[in-house]
Design a binder for this molecule. Structure first.
Ligand SMILES: [Zn+2]
Length: 576
């Protein structure tokens, strides 16, 4: 017998088995019970969410020997024929396959003529938005006067492309992406029945990667079933081509730094892994939403669909943005996604949205203006202590953002912050988006190490996935006189990391990311060695000559010109 894919083998056969779409299956079951089944349905939603399966179950429910019944028996000739795809009562057409277009038209024109038997004929037209105009017209005509014995189920992943005249003649059901935990539970169930030995962590990754599509999840499990040994999380990551979460973390690091070059590279590397650009935009939007949630309501972290370790990484990353910055990013990405519906150049739209996110001066909207004002406030009031050096002092653009509690370090003469709510200066974007990740500061402080920590971890992962895993999560807690203290998850992790080989890997990674080779010690979270709060140490690295903007950058006229695009129309100097 030919190999049956897991997706086909475990396809839902009853309304109860349809996962994650209870709102639809219960409505349909009720309609059958009350004999109120419509003549035409529009099933919309992402692929792999159960549209075609639901259509088949509806056909079975109507034609079962016990029917119409919401619980088709599954064993009568009609049920069996529909299950194995040989029923003459269910006609499935795929509008996406071009060869069938003319057939589609013929079949549609023949619908009205088909003799009415005792059985209901169910026409399932998949990807209905792809029908050619003649086929659409034939369909429309049929829907205007549907024959008594015919039911149409139009399925589409892109509802907005279905003509309004068609939509208005159908009852619409929106299939939702299946929740990750529902997919994971089903995968575990199937893996158990098929004796596929797979770690629960690996299952979680497969489920998350499927992004709501049970079909994608099961086809990944299909691939894993051929491993012939226990499947680990690392196997899955390798199979799925790198961790998407890491890719988005990288993208948002670049956004936080306003590093346009890295933004383009991040998008490129995600797309190069085979992701659809809209999928990338959705992924970035989801990441921005998670950061916003963590930034504004840390207690709500549970609502984020991510592994606990990733959640910790995201919490750290969220602190590099202000809530209004994150809101702006969410806004711009959502807008880009909407525009992608009608425009062909998806990648351009995504990149423009990201550049606007990173550099408010390119965004003419009110929120862009707010972003620019926030940045000016930070530069005047918090980031910019009164310069005690000549204009030749290094511009801040050449350094990674310094993290420091502003109140503790601002000199007496520093101007008051223009707006107190702008006070958290952590992770402020670079004043000029010109920093390249390779720019190595002359003197590296604790703030630099913290900012570059994710980058350092990625360097580690290039050498060893295992060591990278040991460091996930981890955070630098102290840097003093060439000695760096790092907090890791547990005593076990600290001990493992303390062997020379693993420690050297971290030192090499620090050398690659920051050009330093400190001595490194590891301690478990909460242990004595790691309890000193990092904030206390931060002040030690604040050095005015390090962070003071060039004098020209503090000239109010220059700030208005650069930050807000102001023009000098008339000045006293000109009159003279
Ligand atoms: Zn039956």
């Amino acid at each position: 017998m030919a190999y049956l894919s897991l997706y086909r083998k475990y396809r839902s056969q009853t309304f109860e088995e349809i996962l994650g779409q209870e709102h639809i299956s219960s409505t349909l079951a009720n309609a059958i019970r009350e004999d109120k089944v419509a003549h035409a349905y529009l099933f919309t939603g992402p692929r792999g969410t159960g549209k075609t399966s639901t259509a088949r179950i509806l056909a079975k429910a109507l034609n079962c020997v016990n029917g119409p019944t919401p619980q088709p028996c599954g064993v009568c000739p009609s049920c069996v024929a529909i299950t194995n795809g040989s029923s003459l009562d269910v006609i499935e057409l795929d509008a996406a396959s071009h060869s069938g277009v003319e057939d589609t038209r013929d079949i549609l024109q023949g619908v009205a003529l088909a003799s009415a038997g005792s059985n209901k004929k169910v026409y399932v037209i998949d990807e209905v938005h792809m029908l050619t105009t003649p086929s659409f017209n034939a369909l429309l005509k049929t829907l205007e006067e549907p024959p008594e014995h015919v039911i149409f189920i139009l399925a589409t992943t892109e509802a907005h492309k279905v003509l309004h005249t068609i939509q208005s003649r159908t009852q619409r059901f929106d299939f939702r992406p299946i929740p990750t935990d529902v997919i994971a539970k089903h995968l575990l169930d199937v893996a158990g029945k098929e004796s596929i030995d797979v770690e629960p962590d690996a299952i979680d990754i497969v489920a998350r990667h499927a992004e709501g599509s049970m079909r994608d999840a099961l086809s990944t499990l299909d691939q894993l079933s051929s491993f012939g040994r226990r499947v680990t999380a690392v196997d899955v990551e390798r199979l799925l081509g790198g961790r998407e979460d890491d890719a988005y973390a990288e993208l948002f690091d670049a956004l936080a730094q306003g590093d346009l070059g890295s933004i383009f590279w991040s998008v490129h590397s995600i797309v190069a892994q085979g992701a659809d650009v809209r999928q990338v935009a959705r992924g970035a939007l989801a990441h921005a939403r998670s950061l916003l949630l963590l930034r504004t309501a840390p207690d709500a972290g549970e609502l984020i669909d991510a592994a606990p370790a990733d959640r910790m990484t995201m919490t750290t990353q969220s602190e590099r943005f202000t809530p209004s910055q994150l809101l702006r990013i969410v806004d711009l990405l959502a807008k880009a996604l909407t525009e992608m519906r009608d425009a062909p150049n998806h990648r351009l739209l995504l990149e423009v949205a990201l550049i606007r996110s990173a550099s408010p001066e390119t965004d003419p909207s009110a929120t862009g203006l707010l972003g620019r004002i926030e940045r000016l406030e930070r530069r005047i009031g918090i980031e910019g202590p009164v310069p005690q050096v000549e204009a030749a002092a290094p511009a801040p653009a050449a350094r990674p953002p310094e993290r420091k509690p502003a109140s503790a370090s601002a000199p007496q003469a520093a101007p008051k912050p223009a707006a107190p709510q702008a006070a958290p200066a952590q992770g402020a974007p670079e004043p000029e988006p010109t920093t390249s990740p390779s720019a190595i500061p002359a003197e590296v402080g604790f703030g630099h190490i913290k900012d570059a920590w994710q980058q350092t971890l990625r360097e580690v992962s290039k050498s060893s996935k295992r060591v990278h895993a040991l460091l996930n999560p981890s955070r630098p807690t102290k840097y003093d006189d060439g000695a760096l203290a790092v907090e890791v998850q547990s005593e076990f992790h600290a001990e493992e990391m303390s062997n020379d080989r693993n420690r050297d890997m971290v030192i090499e990674a620090l050398h690659a990311s920051l050009g330093i080779k400190p001595s490194v010690t590891f301690a478990a979270a909460g242990s004595k060695q790691s309890t000193s709060p990092p904030e206390e140490d931060d002040t030690s690295v604040v050095d005015i000559s390090d962070t003071a903007p060039a004098a020209a950058d503090l000239d109010p006229i220059e700030l208005l010109k650069k930050g807000l695009g102001a023009e000098v129309i008339e000045s006293d100097t000109d009159k003279r």
